[in-house]
Design a protein around this ligand. Structure first.
Ligand code: BDP
Length: 718
């Protein structure tokens, strides 16, 4: 008997600790606070919770608060209905909570808007309480997560005074998930959405997905791939979507779908999808009515049209505005929106693909309905490790422009490389467009203050799948987290985001915290160095985008690598100055001059904008050829440094995730070396120069790298 009890205890212990360390809980681990003094202090400061569960959202806040606090403090925290003791957390709106209604905080709350909140410490009838107040239950939910985060970060909660509200209205994940559960550019297993099982069986994971999103303020989810399948709009699928929407609703998350432009033909049996055709317009109106009947708070549509073979209004000689407006008219009476993607380039090979979106969309500014946003990738080509900001930011004053970032690491090492993307997002958001003079940051375009946009939004292409830890690489969770935090507030620094995430996900221990933070903050530049230094871009393998492929020269020319790097005996780089493709002219002055002029063009974008001779001298005093080689080499060496840094966290980070990251860093080093050696050997066939001192000689010849096939990388089939 005793044996059995012991065994059960041991098993219980292990299953608890395993569950706690397999990454499933993301940054919501609510680990029991190890520092006893701090835990006791919190225990004294928190005696109960008073949240009136007047709605599903408030109930979600209440149960999150209770579970989170109990887990971190290791004691039970009762829900109370009277303020008999100090230390009650009172959360609610003036409508739901008589205590909050009596505090006289209307003015303060006015600034919180729809989804914001205030958190502060005060005395109420001689009791010390913590107030989390908002104008809506959604605000209460977000405030709850904020309060829990303060404890996760071991912050002082003795006299709080916090005000926070989202700077963008719509904060969305874009899932590139197909109905067969494959995920385009997804590296973390299958799609979460199990369409075959839905609607009868609803995976409990959907709730945890919603919790995680709500904890960072994400309030929308586009469930389906931009390369859309019209079937999702059929009644059979809509009830499945409705089942997901039901789970998300208590977490203030709306569902959106991608609309395939040719759906009226494919599922509606019409002869055309012409956006000016009355029958087509009626079809979409009826379709929208049907959707809203089953999902009353449906968010709207995301559309990829006339891009990479997708159908669109141009098939009928109509413009992007005609197409977007037709869908906008269909959803407007229900409060829906349309996000129309600017990632377009037509079927003719352009002189410079980087210029196409701008050329297509700027003339349409002012021609879109009020409920349309134009969704623009952060850079003008395609989610490269480094791009300049997209010239459409700032260039459409009359049309809300929203950025699309890529959280999934299509061009940044899949779920194998440790690359923290907040610095990439931040670089774009903090770029100055000069659209209205100095200080016209992309962030200001995004939050709508630069042009007084009527709607504001930010989208991130999800990196989530059904693997146990959601994202494959434990550190890829940080990119999901970072996206959410920046969508809430585009001005938060990467460093602060990393700090929060590490404390919640791994540890508050200061030396490990410092080590991990440095690893994360360095990681993006390291990847740029071993993949595409000095402004190189789009030189990856075709098909999968994981490894190098600077030699790719077959197929449509603006899908090849040689189109982008333009290496020849003289030099390398894409001339986008006024003497070249003149893409610089799409930027406002003085940005255009900065890029045009060699003395002011940032070196990290040099080869994006200029074709330079191999012996051009850089600020380091080195020639371009030597500098390219040295950067590639430094990238690889830096991955070694990441490995030795990670070793320092052993014993502080749990064993399971420690081992997993260690193994991934080994693979990352191998593949960084493949990038370095493949690219250097290939570019050397043009430069005909020796490798500079200190750069490791490649182990194999160029053919080896050209023919290299990965067998162990998620998302690559051979
Ligand atoms: C590219 C991806 C492709 C996407 C496309 C898009 O390679 O899979 O469909 O972007 O954003 O980055 O539409």
């Amino acid at each position: 008997m005793i044996h059995k009890i012991l065994l059960a205890l041991v098993l219980a212990f292990f299953s608890v600790s395993l569950e706690a360390e397999d990454g499933y809980k993301l940054w919501l681990r609510y680990e029991k606070i190890g520092d006893q003094q701090l835990r006791e202090q919190y225990q004294k400061q928190i005696s109960g919770i008073m949240i009136v569960s007047s709605s599903a959202v408030a109930a979600a806040a209440s149960s999150e608060m209770q579970a989170g606090l109990e887990s971190m403090l290791g004691i039970s925290i009762p829900q109370v209905s009277k303020l008999r003791k100090n230390g009650v957390i009172v959360a609610g709106t003036p409508q739901s909570s008589p205590v909050i209604a009596s505090l006289g905080i209307e003015e303060k709350l006015a600034g919180a808007g729809n989804e914001g909140y205030i958190i502060y410490t005060t005395a109420y009838k001689r009791r010390k309480i913590t107030v989390i107040a908002a104008n809506s239950d959604a605000g209460v939910l977000y405030g709850t997560f904020h309060f829990l985060r303060l404890l996760q970060l071991h912050r002082d909660i003795g006299s709080l005074s916090v005000e926070s509200s989202p700077k963008t209205m719509i904060r969305l994940l874009n899932h590139w998930d197909n109905l067969n559960r494959s995920v385009e550019r997804g590296y973390a297993g299958l799609s979460l959405w199990d369409w075959k099982a839905l609607p009868d069986s609803v995976d409990t994971r959907y709730k945890d997905y919603a919790r995680a999103n709500a904890s960072v303020g994400i309030n929308g989810s586009v469930l389906t791939n931009v390369n859309a399948n019209a079937l999702i709009l059929t009644p059979e699928y809509l009830v499945k979507v409705a089942a997901i929407a039901d789970v998300f609703r208590p977490y203030n998350i709306k569902v959106y779908l991608t609309a395939r432009f040719s759906a009226p033909i494919e599922i509606g049996k019409l002869k055309t999808a012409d956006p000016l055709d009355t029958e087509v317009r009626d079809w979409w109106k009826k379709k929208a009515d049907e959707i809203y009947k089953v999902i009353p708070d449906f968010g709207g549509f995301l559309v990829k049209a006339n891009s990479e073979g997708q159908p669109g209004p141009q098939n009928y000689g109509r413009s992007h505005a005609d197409g977007a407006n037709m869908l906008a008219d269909a959803v407007v009476q229900h409060g829906g929106i349309v996000m129309w993607r600017a990632f377009v380039y037509d079927n003719n090979v352009p002189d410079d693909r980087a210029k196409q979106a701008y050329n297509e969309f700027v003339p349409l500014d002012g021609k879109f309905r009020n409920n349309v946003l134009v969704q623009v990738k952060n850079g003008p080509i395609d989610f490269q490790p480094r791009e300049p900001f997209h010239p459409l930011f700032g260039a459409m004053p009359q049309t809300p422009v929203m950025p699309e970032f890529q959280i999934t690491q299509e061009y940044l090492g899949s779920s194998v490389h440790l690359v923290f993307l907040a610095p990439l997002f931040e670089e774009c958001l903090k770029s100055d467009t000069y659209a209205k003079g100095e200080g016209s940051l992309v962030a200001k375009v995004v939050e709508g203050t630069l042009h007084n946009y009527r709607i504001t939004a930010m989208a991130g292409v999800s990196n989530i799948g059904n693997v146990r830890n959601w994202t494959g690489h434990p550190f890829a969770q940080a990119n999901w987290y970072a996206f959410g935090r920046l969508a809430w507030d585009p001005y938060i620094s990467s460093e602060d985001i990393a700090d929060e995430w590490i404390r919640m996900t791994f540890t508050n221990e200061s030396s490990a915290l410092g080590t991990i933070k440095k690893m994360m903050l360095d990681s993006r530049e390291i990847a740029v160095n071993y993949m595409t230094p000095l402004g190189l871009h789009h030189i990856m393998y075709s098909g999968h985008h994981y490894g190098p492929g600077p030699w790719v020269d077959r197929g449509r020319s603006d899908w090849t690598s040689v189109y982008y790097h333009r290496a020849d005996a003289q030099g390398i780089g894409f001339d986008r100055t006024s003497k070249g493709s003149d893409a610089v002219s799409q930027y406002f002055k003085p940005v255009r001059d900065m890029y045009e002029n060699l003395n002011t063009c940032p070196e990290n974008l040099l080869l994006w904008f200029h074709h330079m001779p191999w012996d051009y001298r850089l600020s380091s005093g080195k020639t371009l050829w030597d500098e390219i080689c040295l950067r590639y080499d430094d990238g690889v060496k830096s991955v070694k440094r990441l490995q030795s840094d990670w070793k320092k966290t052993k014993g502080i980070v749990d064993g399971e995730r420690f081992d997993q990251v260690s193994a991934l860093l080994v693979k990352q080093e191998r593949d960084a070396a493949i990038w370095r050696d493949g690219c250097i050997l290939y570019f050397q066939t043009f430069s005909r120069k020796p490798l500079p001192a200190g750069v490791a000689q490649p182990e194999h010849d160029l053919d080896y790298y050209r023919n290299y096939r990965y067998t162990d990388i998620p998302g690559i089939s051979r």
